[in-house]
Structure formats: C-alpha cells, structure tokens
Write a protein that binds this ligand. Structure first.
Ligand SMILES: NC(=O)C1=CN([C@@H]2O[C@H](COP(=O)(O)OP(=O)(O)OC[C@H]3O[C@@H](n4cnc5c(N)ncnc54)[C@H](O)[C@@H]3O)[C@@H](O)[C@H]2O)C=CC1
Ligand SMILES: O=C(CO)COP(=O)(O)O
Length: 325
C-alpha cells in the first residue's frame, strides 16, 4: 500500500520515514525539483530535518502526479498558509487525505479541513495531529497522535497504514476540536515562550498554558467541536509539548520576542515555518465571528505585530476583570 506525503519540510520528511517504518511504499513530494533531487541524493533533508537518515525505500519526487498515482492515503504536510494553493495545483486524485498542518488560513479564517472542502469539494479528509516533534518521530522514539475524521473508513485506514509500535495512533471523532487544538497551541506556545524570555517566571507560563487550554476548549465548542477533545493529545498533549521548551519553533520565537528582539529580526534568522505567527490574528478573528473571546491569543496577535511588548501584554491579561474559573 502506498502513502503519498506532500510537503518535504521537517514533518513531511519525518512522516515519510514513519510510513516506511510502518511497512508502506512511501513517496515524499517536494515542490522544488532541485530540492527533491538534493534530498534523494543525500538521503537526508539537510535543510529541514538534518541528521535524520532516509531509508533506502523512501522515494522523493517533485512530480505530484507520480507521488499521488496509486496512493491509498495522502498526507498533506505543507504549512497551513500554503495548503489551499498547493491543493489547488494538484492533479486529480481519489485517495483520502489527512491534513497534518496546524493553523488557520489567514486570508479566509478557515481551518485546514474547511480549506480542503473549499478547494477540493467532495474529498474525503481528516487530520493527523498530536504532540509530535518531527525529529523524534524520524528517530523512531515513542510517540502518540490522533487520526481525527468524520469518516470511519479514513480513521481506520489512517491507523492501519501509518501506525507502528513506536507511533501509537488513536482514532478521533472530533476533527473540529483536533484542528482548533493544533492551531491554538502554536499561538499559546508563543505566549509561553515570551514570558520565559522576558523573565516573568514559570508561574506565568503555567497560568498561560492552562488558561490557553481554556481558550482552545471554548473555541472548539464554539465551532461545533467537543470540549473534552481539549483534554486529549491534540489539545493538552500538544500544548504541553509545544509550550515546554526550545524544541518548539513557536516557543523559541516567543522567547526571542520576550528578550526584546523584533519580529523581523527573529523571522530573518529561521528557515522553517512558525505557524503561530499567521494563525494568531486569524484565530482571534475566527473566534470573534462565533462570539468567543481569546484574550491570550489576542495578546499574541498584538505581540507578533509589534504593537505591544511582552510586559504590556502580560499586564493587560492580569488586569482583566476577575471571574470564576
Ligand atoms: N515540525 C514538526 O515537528 C511538526 C510540524 N507540524 C506542522 O506541519 C506543517 C509543516 O511544518 P514543517 O514540516 O515543520 O515545516 P518546515 O518549516 O520544516 O518546512 C516548511 C515546508 O513547507 C514548504 N513550503 C513553504 N511554503 C510553501 C508553499 N507556498 N507551497 C508549498 N510548500 C511550501 C517548504 O518548502 C518546506 O518544505 C505545519 O503546519 C506544522 O505546524 C505538525 C507536527 C509536527
Ligand atoms: O507541532 C509541533 C509539535 O507537535 C511542532 O511545534 P513547533 O512548530 O512549535 O516546533
């Protein structure tokens, strides 16, 4: 059985390695032919996932038709802001897909599966999400994630095709909650990093992570998802992982901002995507549309737009009216 992995960043590369480990015929698609050739020749994705050798059986191509031909499952692993454009440019395919991006499309305020529905109406799609740093999955270290989809066949196929002893997959029936968790945790992680960078302490970080969880839970419910999903791998699990240390790009960006660096300087130094930056204002606007307030995400949106400092953002959050937890 073949799995096509579209997007050769860190996570796409790690998932392609995982697909081979799970016994599948895996093909990794990179949009740039030179990059695809470079990865195939070096047997390593030196730019996005250095130090992770690629198994011989993994094929790398820049031809999307070749990647998709005969695939039983497609993993969409381009960043959230590129998902719609990439989907629109693909040739026709029938295989179900799992979107692995975590974010909200800034131009439309859509969650990833809403992007799929708009660009590829009728496609069977779900999400793969959970606390998973790419480099650890590539090494085969133990990890768990959720295949969340409305379609039972896709949930079963995802678990059967991609799971392995070190990559434990759970079926999830709340794709909305899973997508909100994946998107919001990136934003909250920026806040968590920012307070650490600014020297505001571990108490502040724990408070932000916990109240951030309340934000993502409220929004999941506001968009038709389930509150309890927030307590699972795609909510609390990923929020804890992402907010815990410099292994996260979102947290490390927050730390740099907390230390007083400007956004332009921070972004200029990084090669990969930091999803929380574009998602912060988008998720706040999307939540406002359903009457849900996200004060921490709103503070991050102001922070990444260089409108306030970390100290000002924290002061604003601390000055909110007292209320029941
Ligand atoms: N890196 C990780 O540990 C994990 C990442 N994710 C999510 O997976 C998604 C992809 O992240 P990474 O693989 O880490 O990204 P990355 O930063 O390692 O690489 C970005 C990839 O996206 C490609 N790309 C950028 N703009 C594009 C465009 N307009 N069209 C097509 N391709 C484009 C780049 O060429 C590159 O291959 C994100 O939504 C991220 O939140 C999810 C779980 C783990
Ligand atoms: O999604 C991730 C972990 O689950 C990766 O987080 P960062 O994008 O912050 O590195």
């Amino acid at each position: 059985m073949k799995i096509a992995v579209l997007g050769a960043g860190a996570w796409g590369t790690a998932l392609a390695v995982q697909a081979v480990r799970a016994g599948r015929d895996a093909v990794l698609w990179a949009r740039d032919p030179d990059r695809a050739a470079e990865i195939a020749a070096a047997r390593e994705n030196a730019r996005y996932l250095p130090g992770a050798p690629l198994p011989d059986a993994l094929r790398v191509t820049s031809d999307a038709g070749e990647a998709l031909s005969g695939a039983a499952l497609v993993l969409m692993v381009v960043p959230a802001q590129a998902l719609g454009r990439v989907l629109a440019g693909l040739p026709a395919f029938d295989a179900p897909m799992l979107v692995c991006a975590k974010g909200v499309e800034a131009s439309t305020l859509r969650l990833p599966l809403e992007v799929v529905a708009a660009v590829r109406p009728g496609a069977t799609a779900g999400v793969l999400s959970g606390p998973n740093f790419a480099h650890e999955v590539a090494r085969g270290l133990p990890a768990a994630a959720v295949v969340a989809a409305a379609d039972a066949g896709l949930r079963e196929a995802g678990l059967a095709l991609l799971g392995s002893p070190a990559f434990r997959l759970y079926a999830g029936e709340d794709p909305v909650g899973a997508q909100v968790g994946g998107a919001a945790k990136n934003v909250i992680a920026i806040a968590a990093g920012a307070v650490i960078g600014a020297g505001l302490g571990e108490n502040a970080r724990a408070a932000l992570v916990t109240r951030g969880l309340a934000e993502l839970s409220r929004l999941a419910v506001g968009l038709g998802g389930r509150a309890e999903t927030a307590a699972g791998l795609t909510g609390m699990g990923d929020l804890v992982l992402t907010s815990s240390g410099m292994g996260s790009r979102n947290t490390s960006l927050g730390v740099a901002l907390g230390r007083g660096e400007r956004m332009a300087e921070v972004l200029a130094k990084r090669a990969g995507v930091t999803e929380g930056v574009a998602t912060a204002p988008a998720i706040v606007a999307r939540a406002a549309g359903v009457g849900v307030e996200l004060p921490i995400c709103a503070a991050v949106a102001d922070l990444v737009a260089d409108r306030i400092t970390v100290a000002e953002a924290m002061a604003r959050l601390m000055a909110r009216p007292q209320r029941a937890e």
